[in-house]
Write a protein that binds this ligand. Sequence first.
Ligand code: NAD
Ligand code: TYD
Length: 334
Amino acid sequence: MKLLVTGGAGFIGSNFIRYWLEKYPKDKITNLDKLTYAGRLETTEDFSKNKNYTFIKGDIGDLKTTLKATEGIEVVVNFAAESHNDRAIQDPGIFVRTNVLGTQILLEAAKRQNVKRFHHISTCEVFGELELNEKRAFKEEDPFRPRTPYNASKAAADHVVMAYYHTFGSPVTISHCSNNYGPYQFPEKIIPRFITNLIDNQKIPLYKSSQNRREWIYVDDHNEAVDIVIRKGKVGEMYSIGTGVEKSVEDIADSLLKIFGKPKSYKKYVPDRAGHDKRYLLSTKKIRSELGWKAKYEFDAYLEKTVEWYKENEWWWRPLKKEAEALYAKTGQK
Ligand code: NAD
Ligand code: TYD
């Protein structure tokens, strides 16, 4: 099979390529990535010499580039995106350009090149937020109610993907996943930010609404689910990928402090995020019953493995830490 992975120099996309090349060593993968602040060639170093791997530096929002990148491709997996809520508050425009307009251009190229499957990576955040005490979880058929510029751009992109399906018959699938953690995550997101602070013996900054919580999934669980959706999923369908494992900001802080053997005085409270969503939780009934997938990596064990990875790979994250903290110096959440 010949795949085009976009955003493969970022966190989840690079782990997807790593996973795929190992599981399907005969398949060929092209990675199209713009190399924004979040996309790094260092992140792809371990597989960059694989003979079945090709890298193209380029923008999914450029039709000439995407037409060339999709030539002879059977499956497109679109991970490319601006992905961080705190950045979207500073500069919403780039989120609309890449996540919405970029996705449309990529869909257009895939349509003209007769690509057999366009799998779009989306997020639980399109459904909006749940109350902390609410008993339900988001289902695939729930309406989109995004509340932040990042979420809105992802929801808009999903609508464009579905429009290509209904209008042009494009063979699309979409997956909505909960919060990921694991190796190669940019140290601006909560788990790698807290880990790298603790390695440096710095306090960890909790946003004021620290009871807000997320559903956490190890990145390889997400990528295995995407693999199954690509191979077994029905065209025109959306699938939710989650674990049911909910952790508040306080829980994440406490777990990491325990792993590092540090006292609670390492927590500090900083101003809240504007439009801070309280909670997301996905029902995974559909992917479990229709495609037979379920998450297998246990949170505490894989959080520890992630800590180990950051301890052993300072070469990777240390140059990025400055960029991440510069953002929070601007927002006053340092
Ligand atoms: P990331 O920010 O680590 O990586 C994004 C990658 O996309 C980078 O390599 C970047 O250079 C590239 N990119 C950005 N704009 C581009 C453009 N115009 N053209 C080509 N490449 C471009 O993000 P991530 O955390 O790996 O997220 C990947 C996808 O998964 C995103 O679509 C995100 O919305 C989705 N998602 C992420 C999570 C999570 O917890 N991280 C959860 C659910 C869904
Ligand atoms: P984040 O990792 O940015 O993911 P998302 O906004 O996509 O869910 O944030 C996860 C949670 O952690 C969210 O409730 C905000 C909170 N948070 C902090 O308390 N401190 C931090 O330094 C960061 C980055 C996030």
